[in-house]
Design a protein around this ligand. Structure first.
Ligand code: ADP
Ligand code: MG
Length: 349
């Protein structure tokens, strides 16, 4: 696939404050990319720079072969959707969608056809004559999406489009956006602080932190091979268990000596203290005889599909917690209780 958008060494300063520090990456045609990071890390600023709503301090941006770095927003080719919907309250749903089309110079006849097509596309045909305040949040956001897409932009920009919606609607609209995006093949960038959303929706995720990129990769790469401790922590739950490497076969965690499985990625570390990064779903309770560590159960929290069990290394009450996810069916058999001492093994498959 061809590169559609190229961001090269983009810096954005607000006075003395550097909001974006040498940002470089590219997006392929038809790709769905999420900017993911905590509040204030620069996601919106980067999106606004791409839209031309914010001028970059330095760097280069090329969209579909054109240098857009210094073009005003109206000369750029994008549609944008905001968290707050930003519909015109005094216009009906159809007029909200038609306004941009009229400005683009479409005839009345074309406008009506296009409005109807896009209303059908987002499932709001019956709401054409309603006003925004007569619609739910999810419906308003679908109007905003239709309005952005009706102008057939080359690039769709979405700034936290789902953040104002409640959980059920959010999941529904997330699927709808993905479905439309794939159907239209439109190159899209979505800003989100919600890691679940990014994992579920993106082809690739750009993880940001304090104005820099921590990692770029597919959802699986980001989750399974986090490049930095920040990424490991921010995306999903990660246990960091301090351990000391005894030799190439054994590791000590707390009081327990553990055989190191053959395929463990210990990159060039031969001895000394390390932090093991282990996902809660990669730990399981086992019998004492297995290759395992002894822990004391502190809290058991029901999560619906699984129990999240918080443990601590047996003799270290000040030790950081170790979280273990136990599927409900398995939990019944195990009969786990708070304050029990149990054995934990690492699933290395
Ligand atoms: P995010 O969208 O990731 O939450 P933003 O891009 O909105 O973060 O903001 C990144 C940083 O830049 C924040 O520290 C914010 O306060 C600062 N910032 C954003 N816009 C401006 C502005 N217009 N003037 C000064 N500082 C700004
Ligand atoms: Mg933002």
């Amino acid at each position: 696939m061809q590169t559609y958008l190229n961001i090269d060494n983009v810096v954005k300063k607000f006075g003395q404050f550097t909001a974006l520090e040498k940002i470089s990456f590219s997006i392929k045609e038809g790709e769905f990319v999420c900017f993911l990071g905590p509040s204030g890390c620069g996601k919106t600023t980067l999106l606004r720079c791409i839209a031309g709503l914010e001028a970059v301090t330095s760097g280069l941006m090329v969209q579909a072969g054109t240098d857009i770095t210094h073009l005003p927003p109206e000369k750029r080719d994008f549609g944008i959707v905001f968290q707050s919907y930003a519909l015109f309250p005094n216009l009906t749903v159809q007029d909200n969608i038609a306004l941009g089309l009229k400005n683009q110079g479409h005839s009345n006849y074309d406008c009506i056809n296009l409005v109807n097509k896009w209303l059908a596309m987002v499932g709001l045909t019956d709401f054409a004559n309603q006003y925004p305040n007569q619609l739910s949040g999810g419906q308003q956001q679908r109007v905003a999406l239709a309005r952005a897409l009706a102008l057939s932009p080359g690039l769709l920009l979405l700034d936290e489009p789902l953040s104002a919606l409640d959980a059920k609607v959010r999941t529904y609209l997330r699927e709808e956006i993905c479905r439309l995006q794939k159907k239209l093949g439109i190159t899209s960038v979505m800003v989100t602080h919600d890691q679940e959303e990014a994992l579920a929706m993106a082809d690739r995720i750009v993880v940001m932190n304090q104005g820099v990129i921590e990692q770029i990769g597919s959802p699986q790469e980001i989750y399974e091979q986090p490049a930095t401790r920040f990424v490991a922590n921010f995306v999903g739950t990660m246990n960091f268990i301090s351990a000391s490497i005894i030799n190439k076969s054994f590791i000590r965690i707390g009081e327990s000596l553990l055989k190191i499985p053959e395929n463990t990625p210990i990159k060039g570390i031969k001895s000394g203290l390390v932090d093991l990064a282990i996902r809660p779903e990669c730990l399981y309770f086992c019998s004492e005889s297995e290759n395992s560590i002894s822990v004391k159960i502190q809290f058991i929290e029901f999560q619906g599909a699984y129990y999240q069990v918080e443990c601590q290394l047996w003799d270290e009450l000040s030790a950081p917690s170790i979280y273990v996810n136990v599927p409900v069916r398995e939990a019944r058999k195990l009969n786990l209780k708070s304050q029990q001492t149990r054995n934990l093994a690492i699933d290395t498959t």
